[in-house]
Design a protein around this ligand. Structure first.
Ligand code: ADP
Length: 386
């Protein structure tokens, strides 16, 4: 009998120790999460809160524990008006039993307002919510960055573009002898001005596109298009550049031609970048072969050159913003390291993939796949500039 009691006590002690250990683990997990975390019970009362949450909201633990979440942490709209309780993510999560992610504004203890990204998950027991976990992160810095990006778009499209247009227009007028006949040397100076300002105009365009797309504001407008037509158009556009280096451009089509629903503007920018890179990084007299083929549910366009290639050690950096391989600089090819970064984001927006294989001094092949199943329309504030 005594033995049985002892066994029972031992068992209970082990269970209690396990429960304590589990509680300590949960506490440690809760405390170690870098984002703000608040747990509520069935009634919506705050039962647990971690340090980052207190820091973001400017409260002490005692101000919030045991208080009704919706009352203690006030949510406001962008204009400062208080959000209706039923419309708050916490209420929606309780009502729907689903995880809700929304950008909201919380009022801190000192009355200041901060934007946060809130993710509320209901804690369900047999399908019924018995509480909720709110994970949130201060978005002030991101919003400030977004504002800076929007400011940059404004400045770049007006203050930078307008004087640049004037430079190009007047340089062209000089070139056409509108200001009197130019000597050969004067004409060569004017041509340098035209080339440099065109390059600068392109750079401003690329920066604008990157900023717009990073701000998540690019419009994707799918229409039925034939990829072959877009590629042919680009090859025609780039022919003078290729001719000036005696580079042969060839197109081979190894698939049934079909129209797919995609965004023509974005596709144009993608292939324009990849094909013009092939011309840039191939020495005079080289060859470029563009092939259109298919793979399962995709159309795949490959652009093969027999140019400088990309050294193995540089290959993993190729899609990183501003990255230029040491070889590109050695061969004195001008560029910014922005083209492929932008191209990769555009391909992502098109639901496709981009990859390449390359051998130093032998050449490079870039592959871009586009889904034949088409693309959903995405509303956005801006269109891409090409
Ligand atoms: P940019 O051409 O303006 O430098 P990109 O982002 O378009 O910038 O390309 C990044 C780098 O990738 C280039 O600087 C070059 O080193 C390398 N690269 C891209 N395409 C090719 C290619 N076809 N052959 C060799 N190197 C290439």
């Amino acid at each position: 009998m005594v033995k049985a009691n002892q066994d029972l006590i031992e068992k209970l002690e082990i269970q209690a120790a396990r429960a304590l250990e589990e509680k300590a683990n949960t506490e440690a997990l809760f405390a170690s999460i870098g984002e703000g975390v608040i747990a509520t019970d069935t009634e919506g009362t705050i039962i647990r809160i971690n340090k980052p949450a207190l820091e973001i909201l400017g409260y002490r633990k005692a101000d919030l524990i045991g208080h009704w979440f919706t009352e203690a942490v006030v949510a406001v709209n962008e204009d400062g008006s208080i959000v209706d309780n039923q419309l708050r993510p916490m209420a929606k999560a309780y009502l729907t039993g689903r995880t809700i992610t929304e950008r909201v504004y919380y009022m801190r203890k000192d009355g200041t307002i901060i934007p946060v990204l809130a993710n509320v998950s209901p804690v369900l027991m047999r399908g019924k919510p018995i509480g909720a976990i709110l994970i949130f992160r201060d978005m002030s810095e991101e919003m400030q960055n977004d504002r800076l990006k929007m400011d940059f778009i404004g400045i770049a499209s007006h203050q930078l573009r307008t004087p640049l247009t004037a430079v190009v227009t007047y340089a062209h007028m000089l070139e056409e002898n509108f200001g009197g006949k130019l000597s050969d040397i004067q004409l060569s100076f004017v041509n340098v001005i035209i080339t440099a300002s065109r390059r600068m105009n392109e750079l401003v365009g690329t920066l604008l596109n990157i900023t717009r797309i990073e701000a998540g504001n690019i419009r994707v407008d799918p229409k039925l298009v034939q990829v072959e037509n877009i590629v042919t158009e680009i090859l025609d556009e780039l022919k003078p550049e290729a001719d000036s280096k005696r580079i042969k451009l060839n197109l081979v089509i190894k698939t049934e031609l079909e129209r797919i629903k995609t965004d023509k503007l974005l596709v144009h920018e993608v292939f324009s970048n990849v094909i013009s890179n092939a011309i840039k990084y191939t020495p005079p007299g080289g060859k470029i072969l563009v092939t259109i083929t298919d793979r399962f549910n995709d159309i795949v366009v490959s652009v093969k050159d027999n140019g400088y290639g990309i050294p193995v050690e540089d290959q993993r950096f190729i899609f990183i913003k501003f990255f230029r391989s040491s070889d590109a600089m050695k061969h004195d090819v001008s560029g910014t390291g922005l083209g492929l970064y932008l191209t990769k984001i555009l391909v992502d927006n098109l639901g496709g993939e981009i990859w390449f294989k390359s051998l130093k001094n032998k050449g490079t092949t870039f592959f871009v796949s586009l889904p034949r199943s088409g693309l959903e329309r995405k509303a956005g504030q801006f269109t891409l500039e090409i």
